[in-house]
Every structure is written in C-alpha cells, then in structure tokens.
Design a protein around this ligand. Structure first.
Ligand code: GLC
Length: 750
C-alpha cells in the first residue's frame, strides 16, 4: 500500500519528458490477444455500443435495458456504489458478451476531500504534492466504483478572462508538462489494474486555453509551430506518463474542430506518440460540429469524428445511431470502427475490469481519511502565494491579542472549494474563520464581521460593522475573492477586478489605519493592484479546498511559511491580456520604464514618446510576473556555474548555484531555471522555464543546488518544421521568478 508521501520540500530535479516515441503501453501480447478474441465475437451493434457513453440518469431500469442490449460502453456521473454495481451486473452477467462498463466522473481536484483547484496546485510547483492529491482522489473515487476521471486538464492557459484557467496548471508549457504527468501517475498508480487506480484523461486535446477573447468554447488560431512548441508538449508528457485516455477539446483550431481533427488525433497522438489508449469526445462535442459548421447533421458528425480518430462519444449518441448507415454508404470503414473498439477494450482490460468489475459496497468509507485531509492541508499551504508583506506584518506576532476577521470569503464553505466539485461537500469545509477560532482561539480574540454577504454583494450596509470590528482589533484579516461560480467552464469574465463592493470594503478597512492583511481566494489571477496598495500584506490562495482554513491559519500565524509562486502572470489591468512571461521579443521590445500618461506634453510630436511594444497608460509590465512569490524569510542566490561553456546537442549541462536563507524563518524557495535561445531560424521566447526545485533551508543555511539540463531539451520546431536544437548562443538564469536573476551564457556548437 503506497503511503501518502508527505514529503518535506526536497530537491526535485524534474526532467522534461523527451519527445521520443511514447512507449506503446498496450503492447503486451496477452492483452492484445484478449482484445482480438473478444472483438471477433462482436456484432456491429455491440461494437458501436462500446463507443457510446451516456450520463447516468434516474431510471436505472431504462439504462439496464440499453446495457443488456450492449448499447452502452461507459457511463459518467454515477457515484452511488449500489447503482454502479447494479448497472455493472447487467453488463457483465446479462448482456451477450459480458463486457464491463467503464464508469467515469470529473474528479478534477479531489473527490470528497477537495484539494486546491489545479491552478492552486500549480502554485506549489510540487509534483509530489500534486501526485499525492491525484492518488488520494483515485482512492476515494474508486471506492464508489468510479474508474475513469476526466483529468488532468493540461491546457496551457494565458488568458485569465477564461474561466477554465482555474482548472489548468497555468501559463507555462514545462510546468504543465511536469504537473500533468504527476497527476497521471497519481491517478493511475503503479498499475492501472489496481482497484484503487483510475484511468487518467489528458484534456482538452488541444489548444482550448487559447480561446479567442478568453470566451469559452471559442475558436483558436494556433499555428502548427505554436501547437508543437507550446500546447502539445504537456499532452505528450501525459501520453509518455501512460495516460490511458485523451479527450478532444471543444474549440476549432484554424477552422478544424478538435473532435474532427485527424492531424492531432491520428498523425500526432497515434502516429508520432504511439498512443494506444482511447480518445473520448467532450460533452456533445461530436454533434456540436454541426454548430461549428463542418457537419450537416448527426450522421455527418458521427462519420467526421470517428474517421478523425475519436473512439468514444460522450452523450450525443450519433455513433450508435448513424454509423451503421455511414458504413453501408461507404463513408466509414468497418476497420475504423474495429480500431476504435480495440482501443476501448484495451483500456478496460488494462483497468482489470473483466477480472474485477464490481466495487466493494461493504468496504469502510475512505472519505476524508485523516491522511487525506493532511495531504489536502499541505497542498493548500504550499499553494498560497505571499504577494506582499510590508513591515513584516506576517506572520502575526505574539503581541497580537485581537484579530478582526472580515470579508465574504472568511466563512464561505461552498465557495472555498472552487469549481468542479461535483462530490465535494461544503459541510466538510474548514473555513479560515472556523480554523482561526479553533486553532488560535487560545492566543487571540476573534471578532468576525462579514462586511459583505458574498463576493458579488453590492450592499455596503455591512461595511460599517466590519470597520468597527477593525477599529477594535490589533490586526485586520480580510478574506475576499470570487465565489466558485465565477470561474470554471463557461464562466468567463471581461472585468477582473474584485466583484461587488469588495474593493470598497478593503478601502474602508485600510482607512482605519489598522494593519490590514488581505487574503484572496479566487479561481483566476485578479487585477488586485488597488487592494495590494491598500493592504500591508497580501496572501493569494486559489480556491484552496476542504482544508483551506487550517492551511491559511497556520500560514497567518507562522506555523507554516508561504512558498507558493504564481503559475500565471498577474495583470495590472485586463486590457493587458494576453501578457505572459514566455513571450517573443518583437522588433521593438517594451522597456520597463513607464511615463505617466499625464506627463505627455500637449500637442506632443508624433514620435516624441518613443515606439515600443507597450501601452502608454499602463505599460507592458505585469502586476506580478510568472514564478513570483515571497516568503517570511529571504533567500540569496549565488551566480550560476555552468559545467561547460560550449556543448553539443548530445551533452548534459549541469548548472550549480548556492542558495542561502538570509532571513529569520525556515522556508522553502522554488528555484527556477530559465533559458533563452538568442538567435534561431524563428523568433523564440525571451525566456522558457526548463527546471525548478523546492529547496528548504533553515535560517542561515546555504545549499548548493544542481540542475541537470540535457541540451536535447532545448529542441524546438524550427522554420522547416523540424524539431531540433539549433547551434548558437543561449542565455540562462536561475532565480526566484521569471524576471529576476543573473544571466550567464553558453553555446551549442554542433
Ligand atoms: C464538460 C467539460 C469536460 C468534462 C466533460 C464531462 O463539458 O468540458 O472537461 O470532463 O464535460 O463532464
């Protein structure tokens, strides 16, 4: 039994997955023989039944009738173990061939024990914490019969208007690759046929996070080169990590909906990566190709999807209903259907469903096990990002006797869990208010005033009470942010300022002159410049989940020390979208200098204000860059030493540097390594994250940190659309974020 490794922060040297052919995981002959033997017995209707997924509904007799006929291969959204077994029994014992059902659910950041939303988990830069969270989710979900989750969501997301940034690992290709692979490992464990393993699903394949305007489901226009250099690598990493399934995305990229995109599904996923698991559509996304305007009707949509390489259809039922006709009409080959069914059966055999189709209904509940809650607390602690700490107001000092806890997110058990918590229960949420009272009520008197009833509340009547509470306290802790409904699928925002009267609340609290700590719980990076200005300290906690309260309480009172780093750029204003660190330089890069707009003289001459890629009013600098986060202590970086100044593409570059804790608290620093390809056959990003490590140091302690970077990992898809390392000069930085660090140089010579 694998224990939940509650690792202390340690040096994790994380090799980026190389882009070699993905190991063909299903290659074992025994499985293939079973697949072929079963396939040879199946009628066309039974084959199409395997390709058909429905969402569970009340009438179990009705579903049982369909299952008995072999019309259903998978069911999502059934989490009652008694009903799961009843449906499975019909499939296994009453249908002609006894093929078990694949039971699925969106287990995105926990099943009952809810972890921080994935964007928050990304802020930990801790693959072990992320893997542990997925593994715990698998234990809880599989205990009710779920054996397939629609996670990890590894869409590189660079637009905070897009609600689903909450579900992503943020803006960076490398971070998304490492954490996506960790989630696959966590869900699937050491062997997929373990009853506590669940099949992972790499989604949404591909490019969904680049939806134009940050509006969900919208078109994307990603060139093949950008697909291959930015959006595909996390999916290749997931495939290489053994992800059993993939899900197609809703977007059309360059005019081709992913659900009908042969290039990504057959050429790249199967042809280049050797993936042999199953591909499922997103909800109704096969039929939605009619709305996209590339299919005339359900028949057409079914043929387009299955010919492109989709194996299973989520809920739109067009495969089962119309593929017989399309096969008769010669529009779909029987062999294409057979291949799809092979992929589905292969996953079911790998999951061990034929040997163990049923869930143990008598097993004692594993939900909310103490070790699960402890892991969720650790994840919430590590996901919190300290953005500001003026005058070291944090951690709260011994002389603090009275604390005013205010704001709509201080005691919001539902909203604290964040988006996609189908099975999470707010009754189990431990909020900051309850945690501070329970854990620190012996040290401080807590005065609680909501101020606002919820994040969108415009009724300012309660603000005066919050102000009065603040005036009686030694310190004010304001919990603001977003209700969970404001992020997630289809929940996009054009304005990223705090909703409702939250800004007024913060301003009124600041006016009391009492030290103000603002804690923000949200599903995305908000434009919080005003609130940061008004606060002495700011802690950002992307919807931290069940144990967010105890985590934040220990961070505020110093039992834990913040280590989180921004997994996505924080903007000054939504008008800067898109703004991310791994941008190209352009021919006229923006300077960091910004002249106040009011200082531009009247009738200024045309070119007097210079000409660079920036905004006259706010400039092109973010509020906080990618990879940014403070600690209660301070760290000093030594200059990086390189193992060589000239290397071939077959060499490994070793980068070593000293890291010292120069402050008063033990803390964990996430050291980051960035590289820039100075001159290449196409323009390249000014920086790209290539390694990171969590390093824990006691006050005064110094460690030598070492990264191994194979030069092959500097390969990119170049002007000729060849993936290669081009010789030339490279810059390299190690530092605390994407904007800080001494640059050193090396050459690639062959
Ligand atoms: C949704 C989402 C997808 C989810 C699926 C099943 O529309 O796009 O991420 O897994 O449907 O709920």
């Amino acid at each position: 039994m694998k224990t939940v490794k509650l690792l202390s922060a340690c040096l994790l040297l994380l090799p980026l997955v190389s882009c070699t052919q993905v190991q063909n995981k299903g290659g074992d002959a025994a499985t293939e023989q079973k697949v072929e033997a079963l396939l040879s017995k199946m009628t066309l209707e039974e084959k199409l039944g395997q390709m058909n997924q429905i969402s569970s509904y009340g009438n179990i007799e009705d579903m049982s009738g369909l299952i008995k006929k072999g019309e259903i291969g998978s069911i999502l959204n059934e989490v009652d173990p008694v009903r799961v077994n009843a449906l499975q029994r019909v499939a296994v014992e009453e249908s002609r061939l006894g093929i078990p059902l694949l039971m699925a659910r969106d287990v995105i950041h926990g099943f009952k024990t809810i972890f921080p939303i994935p964007l928050g988990q990304a802020a930990t830069f801790d693959p072990q914490v992320v893997e542990d969270g997925a593994w715990i989710a698998a234990i809880e979900a599989s205990s009710v019969g779920v054996r397939w989750t629609f996670s990890p969501m590894i869409d590189v997301s660079r637009d905070p208007r897009w609600g689903r940034i909450a579900e992503s690992c943020g803006e960076d290709t490398y971070l998304s690759s490492v954490l996506g692979a960790a989630m696959v490992k966590g869900y699937q464990g050491d062997s997929l046929n373990s009853p506590t393993s669940i099949a992972a699903c790499a989604k949404h394949f591909v490019g969904y996070g680049a939806a134009e305007g940050g509006r969900d489901y919208n078109s994307t226009f990603i060139s093949e080169r950008n697909l291959r250099n930015i959006y595909l690598p996390p999916f290749e990493a997931a495939a290489k990590a053994g992800a059993a399934t993939f899900m197609t995305s809703f977007n059309d990229n360059d005019g081709v909906p992913s659900t009908g995109n042969k290039f990504i599904l057959r050429d790249v996923l199967r042809g280049e990566w050797g993936f042999d698991g199953l591909v499922v559509t997103d909800w109704n996304s096969a039929r939605e190709m009619i709305a996209h305007g590339v299919a005339t009707d359900d028949k057409d949509a079914a043929a387009l999807a299955v010919n492109a390489g989709v194996d299973m259809e989520m809920v739109s039922y067009t495969f089962f209903k119309y593929l017989p006709e399309e096969i008769k009409a010669g529009k779909v080959k029987q062999s294409v259907v057979d291949e799809a069914v092979r992929n589905i059966l292969r996953v079911k055999f790998r999951l061990g469903l034929f040997d163990n189709p049923y869930v143990d209904e008598k097993k004692a509940s594993v939900m909310y096990d103490a070790s699960h809650l402890e892991a969720a607390k650790r994840a919430a602690e590590e996901s919190a990002i300290l953005l500001k700490n003026e005058g070291e107001v944090l951690p709260l000092k011994e002389n603090i006797r009275t604390v005013a806890v205010v704001g709509p997110m201080a005691d919001a058990p539902h909203d604290q869990l964040g988006t996609w918590i189908f099975d999470g229960e707010k009754a189990h949420t431990q909020t900051p208010l309850t945690a501070i009272k329970e854990m620190y009520g012996d040290k401080v008197q807590v005065i609680y005033e909501q101020g606002l009833a919820y994040s969108r509340d415009k009724n300012t009547a309660g603000i005066s009470k919050a102000v009065a509470a603040a005036q009686r306290a030694d310190v004010v802790i304001a919990f603001v942010g977003e209700e969970s409904i404001l992020s997630g699928e289809a929940h996009c925002l054009a304005d990223l300022n705090l909703q409702g009267a939250q800004s007024e609340l913060i301003a009124a609290l600041a006016k009391t002159g009492r030290p103000l700590v603002t804690v923000i719980m949200a599903g995305r990076p908000l434009t919080i410049g005003k609130e940061v200005e008004a606060s002495n300290a700011v802690l950002y906690s992307f919807h931290p989940g069940t144990m967010g309260g105890p985590a934040l309480a220990d961070l505020l009172f110093g039992k834990a020390v913040p280590s989180g780093k921004t997994p996505v750029t924080f903007l000054k204003t939504v008008g800067q979208v898109p703004l991310y660190y791994a941008h190209n330089n352009s021919g006229r890069p923006a300077s960091s200098h910004l002249k106040p707009l009011d200082e531009v003289p009247l009738e200024a001459s045309q070119t007097s204000e210079g000409s660079s890629s920036s905004y006259m009013d706010v400039g092109a600098q973010p509020l906080y860059p990618f990879g940014y986060g403070l600690s209660y202590t301070t760290f000093k970086y030594g200059k990086p030493q390189l193992s060589a100044g000239e290397l071939s593409s077959k060499d490994v570059l070793t980068v070593t540097f000293d890291l010292e804790n120069t402050g008063k608290y033990e803390g964990t620093e996430i050291a980051q390594l960035y590289v820039q390809d100075k001159v290449a056959s196409v323009t390249r990003p000014v920086k790209e994250l290539k390694r990171f490590a969590r390093v824990t140091l006691k006050p005064g302690e110094k460690k030598t940190v070492s990264f191994e970077l194979p030069i092959s990992e500097l390969a990119f898809w170049n002007l000729n659309m060849v993936k290669t390392v081009e010789p030339g000069d490279f810059g390299l930085w190690v530092g605390p974020d994407s904007q800080t660090g001494d640059e050193v140089f090396f050459k690639v010579v062959d």
